[in-house]
Design a protein around this ligand. Structure first.
Ligand code: SF4
Length: 238
């Protein structure tokens, strides 16, 4: 008998012996009333994070006092629109009109945004509109880093809850904050950028358009990029 055959026979004997021992151990377990094969429920080691709805995000904010803008506000401006919108608009922060009404983009710039949305063949109710921060900075100054750090998590939760296909970042501040970049709005606008799998297209803020109506043409070009992505038909062509 060759050496290999001797090794194979020895291995086979060891496997048989091991199998008999396992079978004997299982019989003993059964005799002791332990059902070895009892079906057990498989559970993930870590429970999956609960999907938050917009209502849950708003409830978590409550009467938010997380930054120094809280005592200055009339109303916290959370956001409005379709909670499952494919398209979301994100501006910088509430202005005076928004602070009073508790709704984003309701002043002159807001009226222009409403017209832009209508030109895309949509209504305000079919999109979702929010801001980077939810309380009005004094004198409409830019939000400060500590304010953004305190408020940004709620915008991220809103985005997760809504699950938009496209976010239109309105203005330099929104685009730079969302995309974590210092690039100029003129370099960022008109093309898609990635935010955790969501397509972000920056364009000029409606308030900037009110001061520079000559730029409306470029904004319309930007909106058409979004419309092509979402298969939207412009108003008047339906
Ligand atoms: S800006 Fe945001 S973080 Fe600051 S108080 Fe308002 S809701 Fe809270």
């Amino acid at each position: 008998m060759s050496l290999n055959l001797v090794d194979a026979k020895r291995n086979s004997n060891e496997i048989n012996l091991l199998t008999r021992e396992i079978c004997g151990y299982m019989h003993w377990l059964r005799a002791e009333g332990i059902d070895f094969w009892k079906k057990t429920e498989l559970r993930p080691a870590v429970s999956a994070p609960q999907t938050q709805t917009l209502e849950m995000v708003r409830a978590e904010m409550g009467d938010c006092q997380r930054c120094k803008l809280a005592p200055l506000r009339t109303n916290l401006v959370f956001g409005v629109g379709d909670s499952k919108a494919e398209l979301m608009f994100v501006g910088e922060g509430p202005g005076a009109d928004e602070d009073i009404k508790g709704e984003p983009f309701v002043g002159k710039a807001g009226q222009l945004l409403t017209k832009m949305i209508a030109a895309m063949g949509l209504s305000r109710e079919q999109v979702y509109i929010a801001n980077i921060i939810k309380c009005r900075p004094p004198m409409n100054r830019n939000p400060e880093l500590d304010e953004i750090a305190a408020c940004r998590p709620f915008l991220d939760q809103q985005i997760t809850a809504i699950g938009p296909k496209v976010i239109c970042a309105l203005g330099k501040f929104s685009a730079q904050t969302l995309l974590n970049t210092q690039a100029r709005i003129s370099d960022l606008r008109g093309k898609f950028h990635d935010l955790n799998g969501v397509k972000v297209l920056p364009t000029f803020h409606p308030a900037y358009l009110l001061r520079n109506p000559g730029e409306k043409k470029r904004v319309w070009q930007d909106l058409q990029v979004i419309m092509a992505e979402l298969n939207l038909t412009p108003k008047g062509h339906q």
